[in-house]
Each structure stands twice: as structure tokens, then as C-alpha cells.
Design a protein around this ligand. Structure first.
Ligand code: NAD
Length: 277
């Protein structure tokens, strides 16, 4: 996160000037990077997370750089809580233009292969990834229409695109997020509300960096076409683009931001060794 402070200053004439953005899961990782980067481009941001300390921490980073942020405690699996988050955003800043439905994921200890997956965890995965996305959009869309348009950005995953040996629920719920993205884009496009999704590949959030063994990190790197793994800012910059009017002709799309992980043949790492010289 350090290098975020060294890039450009918050910008009242920036790419997101005048916009109000709500970002769920902004208390850490990718959501935090998105909040800081959006604020730098002039957005006022609502930093929503169920970790109140994390949300305050992100809001502090935004404020320290001269931006405006409102930390809000939310549980995106609770409809009333999501409604309260949107109300808080509009109450504080008077409008809503951007929503990042970023919270998601499953418990990898319980989300296993078909025969061993915990079906209760599947239900929780639907709540955390799918219902949360639907609720966020349902409460945000009327405000966006009132504002003359808006941009909803849903966080999917490359898991929506490829089969995996475990995390059966994760792939299924992220595929649902992609489908919802297309429906919302079609339904509210006429009112100038755009809806797109991002499929991150391996992104080194502080939590992952601390917990993943070095050999796993190396294996992930070999799976990418690029020689490195993603940083939270790589997804955050894509969110800034999708939030901004630069992407005004883009809706219903899934942007795969994965260092080339899913476009690379599984044979490629081995075949590199066959190249002469
Ligand atoms: N990091 C990756 O490699 C990667 C890859 C693909 C997709 N994703 C997706 O990115 C999102 C997670 O982002 P991250 O990597 O920054 O993770 P993270 O763990 O750093 O951040 C997730 C944040 O969400 C908050 N949160 C969790 N459950 C919540 C709830 N019910 N209500 C409100 N807040 C809640 C946590 O407190 C945390 O601050 C998920 O949708 C995940 O599926 C991540």
C-alpha cells in the first residue's frame, strides 16, 4: 500500500470528480486499494466493510491524502444492512453513482470437490457472493437512475471461467455474479446504468501474501503469462476505469485481469524450456 501514497494527489478535477462511490469489502486488500485510487481521482467514497477497524483504516488513508471517505459497517449478507449502507452514502454525499459489489469468497476448508463439499457452505457462498450482489444493485439502481446514470462493478473471479479441483461453490457463485452482471446491464442500460464485472486472477492481498507458502506462490507465477502476480492496485485501477466515463460504452462485460493465467495453455510453462537459446 505504501506506493499508493507516492502516486498522484487527490484530484478534484480527476477522472471521477463529482462521483460518489460505495465499495464493499473496502476495509482491506483490493477494496482498500480501489477506495484510495478512486478518491485520488476525485470520488467521494463510502468504505463499507463488516470489519469496522478496517473500514476506518481505509477511510484514514483516504483522508490523509486529502480525500473524503465515510466508513460504514455493513454485513453484505444482510439485506437491511445493505439498504442502510446505501442510505448512509446518499445521506452523507447526496447521491450515488458507483457501486463496487466486491465482498465475496468461500471457506476453502469447507468448499471442496463435489463429493466432499459442505452444502451449508454453499448456502453461505450464495449469500456472500450472489444475494449480496443482487441486494447491492437493487438498492443502488434507483439512486443511479435519479442521478442520470451510474456504474455497478461486480467482483467475479477466473473461477467463474474454468473448472477447479476444489472450491466447487466458489466457481458456481462467481458464474452467477457474471450472469447477474449481464442482466442488470440489459435491464437498466436504457437509464444509463452500466454494469460490468472483473475476474481477478491471483492477487497478492496482504492476507494471501502472509499465508501462502513460497512454493505455491512460485507455482501461481508459472501459471501466468506475465512474470508476476497481481497487486490489489491492478484490480483497483481497473475499477477506476469502469467507474469513470472513459468506459461509458462498456456494459455487461467481464474484464479478466489475471496476468494471462486463463489464456495460457497449460503446456506453455513446459514448452518455454523447448525454445532455442
Ligand atoms: N485476492 C484474489 O486473489 C482474488 C482473486 C479473485 C477474486 N477475488 C475476489 O475479491 C474479493 C475479495 O477481495 P480481497 O482479495 O481484497 O479480499 P480481502 O480478504 O483482503 O478483503 C475482503 C474484505 O471483505 C470484508 N468482508 C468479508 N465478508 C463481509 C461481509 N459479509 N460484509 C461486509 N464485509 C465483508 C472483509 O472484512 C475484508 O475487509 C472477493 O469477491 C474474492 O472472491 C480475489
Amino acid at each position: 500500500m505504501e506506493h499508493l501514497r507516492e502516486t498522484e494527489e487527490p484530484n478534484s478535477g480527476g477522472r471521477l470528480a463529482g462521483k460518489v462511490a460505495v465499495i464493499t469489502g473496502a476495509g482491506s486488500g483490493i477494496g482498500r486499494a480501489a477506495a484510495v485510487l478512486m478518491s485520488r481521482q476525485g470520488a467521494r467514497v463510502v468504505v463499507a466493510d463488516y470489519d469496522a477497524g478496517g473500514a476506518r483504516g481505509t477511510a484514514g488513508l483516504v483522508a490523509a491524502a486529502g480525500g473524503r471517505a465515510l466508513p460504514v459497517t455493513v454485513d453484505v449478507t444482510d439485506e437491511g444492512s445493505v439498504a442502510g449502507m446505501v442510505d448512509a452514502a446518499v445521506g452523507e454525499f447526496g447521491a450515488l453513482h458507483v457501486l463496487c459489489n466486491h465482498v465475496g469468497g468461500t471457506d476453502p476448508r469447507k468448499d471442496l470437490d463435489l463429493l466432499r463439499m459442505d452444502m451449508d457452505e454453499f448456502g453461505r457462498a450464495v449469500d456472500r457472493n450472489v444475494r449480496s450482489t443482487l441486494w447491492g444493485a437493487r438498492y443502488a439502481v434507483p439512486h443511479m437512475i435519479r442521478a442520470g446514470g451510474g456504474s455497478i462493478i461486480n467482483t467475479a473471479s477466473v473461477a467463474a471461467l474454468v473448472g477447479d479441483v476444489l472450491q466447487t461453490s466458489y466457481g458456481a457463485v462467481k458464474a452467477a455474479v457474471v450472469s447477474i452482471t449481464k442482466s442488470v446491464a440489459v435491464q437498466y442500460g436504457p437509464q444509463n446504468v452500466r454494469c460490468n464485472a472483473i475476474a481477478p486472477g491471483a492477487v497478492m492481498t496482504p492476507a494471501l501474501e502472509k499465508n501462502l507458502p513460497e512454493d505455491v506462490i512460485e507455482a501461481l507465477k508459472r501459471g501466468n503469462a506475465l512474470p508476476y502476480l497481481g497487486a490489489p492496485e491492478d484490480i483497483g485501477h481497473t475499477m477506476v476505469f469502469l467507474a469513470s466515463d472513459e468506459s461509458r460504452y462498456l456494459t455487461g462485460q467481464l474484464l479478466v485481469v489475471d496476468g494471462g493465467m486463463t489464456m495460457q495453455s497449460s503446456a506453455a510453462p513446459g514448452r518455454r524450456a523447448m525454445l532455442p537459446g
